[in-house]
Design a protein around this ligand. Structure first.
Ligand SMILES: Cc1cc2nc3c(=O)[nH]c(=O)nc-3n(C[C@H](O)[C@H](O)[C@H](O)COP(=O)(O)OP(=O)(O)OC[C@H]3O[C@@H](n4cnc5c(N)ncnc54)[C@H](O)[C@@H]3O)c2cc1C
Length: 509
């Protein structure tokens, strides 16, 4: 054993970096071990030829601007990183194009603009949009109140102030929209963001979905100027300012438990052992319980077996040798689906070559100088809802990924009229195998565990203590209680840091 740390964090992804700052701010010692030579996990960038590609982030919501800052801004402020990052404001929410329904709709940003834009979708489209915004705000405020009351809200307050939340919180997006008699076209448009959560609208919890979506509609979204790597570097700088340590190229292999099943250290791939009584794992619980513990509590096995892995990632990064204008790429953020029915697309995404849905971003529309003059960066992201890549033979792998990438590119061209083929200067294709190798996440999931009706954000937030089945070990990040996403992973990391600090305090009593 070497130097002792109050807390060791395994993984310098968003959750691990936020957790480290939380621990250090309380004056405790903290070591982060990261198996790669870079911080951020998915939150990074890479270079091919003349292009620096964003590896993951499409957009970050909840920042807001001016007097109207949101919860992500507050989080970054608390962590002391908000001013270390150069933020760029995204101008539209999205452009939704669906083949079956012939929809081509651009959602602006700001409540009035969103309501106005929906007027032309159907009779009373504006009223339905306003109703969605009102419901969402009520749900978000209720969730804040429940958080502030530490899980013990006053029933009287809930009934008087948060009646909409109480009516919606146990139901799926589809169930609430049906109960509220939302016309199909309104459902389609509001559901466009479904692939950001990667859960069917028949299953995803309404309050969770609304809490994410309304922030895009109301406050818009931002992107860091120098890709998400800039955010990761800002976190690393802050950790160093607070006296923390990060060891790169350092893989944790075991979390050491004493004979009472309590954490007493972490062993590393280089044979070194680190002395600590508290670990926050930013890696997948499948790996923690499946590989890193010698004795796995039954509850952990049951929990991880019960949970469903969320979408496995597939991304095509394109460096194009013409400007967006010359190529006919008019927007920053596109959702292109074969049909607007999320439940149908979700099922199609269980097949290898349906290419049924994509979320595509043209970085130049938020940051015109992100690539050399007269060029474009475009990245197309999709999900596989099953482990279909496991069936691809090794010898067919490269051919298959090129074929599937071509399908997605062709669908983008057909939907938008833009011309991509013939202008591809650089291309990189990340499959679920790429993501599995890079982060170690099972089957290449990029979204942690999927939200299910009985394992939604609401259920998990109420079960955080039951989730901590090994004394001294907590899980923070995209596999945590807030589920996937940049801000969720940061928030989860910070929450686990705070819980760990309370554990340390209790031990001292
Ligand atoms: C293509 C793509 C697009 C996305 N778009 C968006 C978006 O627009 N908006 C959004 O909110 N989210 C998006 N996401 C999801 C988001 O990136 C993730 O939810 C989030 O980054 C996960 O953070 P995390 O804390 O779970 O850490 P991860 O990024 O999962 O990182 C875990 C870290 O742990 C390290 N590690 C693992 N095992 C060990 C070990 N044994 N020892 C040491 N280190 C270890 C890994 O190397 C890695 O650095 C996207 C993801 C992808 C891939």
């Amino acid at each position: 054993m070497n130097k002792k740390y109050d807390v060791v964090i395994i993984g310098a992804g968003n959750g691990g970096l936020a957790a480290a700052i939380g621990v250090l701010k309380a004056g405790k010692s903290c070591l982060v071990v990261e198996k790669h030579n870079l911080p951020g996990g998915f939150a990074t960038s890479f270079v091919r030829g003349r292009f620096e590609f964003e590896a993951s982030l499409h957009e970050l919501n909840g920042m807001g601007q001016g007097a109207h800052t949101g919860s992500t801004y507050a989080l970054f402020d608390e962590l002391g990183v908000v001013d270390k990052i150069d933020w760029l404001q995204i101008k539209h929410a999205f452009r939704l194009i669906t083949k079956e329904e012939g929809l081509d709709f651009t959602m602006p940003i700001g409540p009035e603009a969103c309501v106005e834009a929906c007027k032309k979708l159907c009779p009373d489209g504006d009223k339905y949009m306003q109703r969605f915004i009102d419901l969402s705000i009520n749900c978000a405020e209720a969730m804040n109140y429940i958080g502030q009351s530490k899980g013990k809200p006053d029933p009287q307050v809930m009934q008087t102030k948060y009646a909409d939340y109480l009516a919606c919180a146990s139901y799926s997006v589809d169930e609430v929209f049906e109960a509220e008699h939302f016309p199909k076209v309104m459902q389609y448009v509001i559901n466009a963001y479904w692939s950001y959560l990667g859960t069917k609208t028949s299953e995803v919890n309404f309050a969770h979905y609304a809490n994410m979506t309304y922030k895009y509609f109301l406050y818009g979204a931002v992107a860091p100027k120098l890709r998400s790597h800039e955010m990761s570097l800002a976190f690393v700088e802050r950790i160093h300012e607070l006296g923390g340590e990060i060891w790169f190229n350092t893989e944790a292999t075991k979390i050491l438990l004493d004979d009472k099943g309590r954490v007493f250290g972490v062993s590393l791939a280089n044979g070194q052992c680190i002395d600590t009584r508290h670990v926050i794992a930013n890696c997948s619980p499948h790996n923690v319980y499946g590989k890193m513990l010698n004795k796995v509590p039954e509850a952990a096995t049951k929990l991880t077996n019960f949970r469903r892995l969320a979408g496995r990632g597939f991304t095509i990064f394109l460096g194009l040798n013409k400007s967006p204008e010359a190529l006919g790429i008019t927007d920053h953020s596109y959702f292109i689906y074969d049909t607007a029915d999320a439940n149908v697309i979700y099922e199609k995404m269980k097949k290898l070559d349906s290419a049924a849905g994509q979320a595509t971003v043209c970085l130049n529309h938020v940051h015109p100088d992100c690539s050399p003059k007269g060029t474009t960066i475009l990245y197309i992201t999709s999900l596989f809802m099953d482990d279909v890549w496991a069936d691809v033979d090794e010898k067919d792998y490269h051919k298959k990924k090129n074929e599937i990438a071509a399908l997605f590119i062709r669908k983008f061209e057909e939907a938008t009229g833009a011309k991509l083929f013939g202008h591809i200067e650089e291309i990189a294709i990340a499959t679920p195998q790429t993501y599995a190798r890079y982060t170690g996440h099972p089957q290449g999931t990029i979204y942690g565990y999927e939200s299910q009706p009985n394992d939604s954000l609401m259920a998990r937030v109420q079960m955080v203590n039951e989730d901590a089945v090994v004394s001294g070990l907590r899980i923070g990040g995209g596999f945590g209680e807030r589920l996937l996403g940049f801000s969720s992973a940061y928030k989860s990391g910070l929450s686990e840091a705070k819980r760990t600090l309370r554990d340390i305090e209790k031990e001292a009593c």
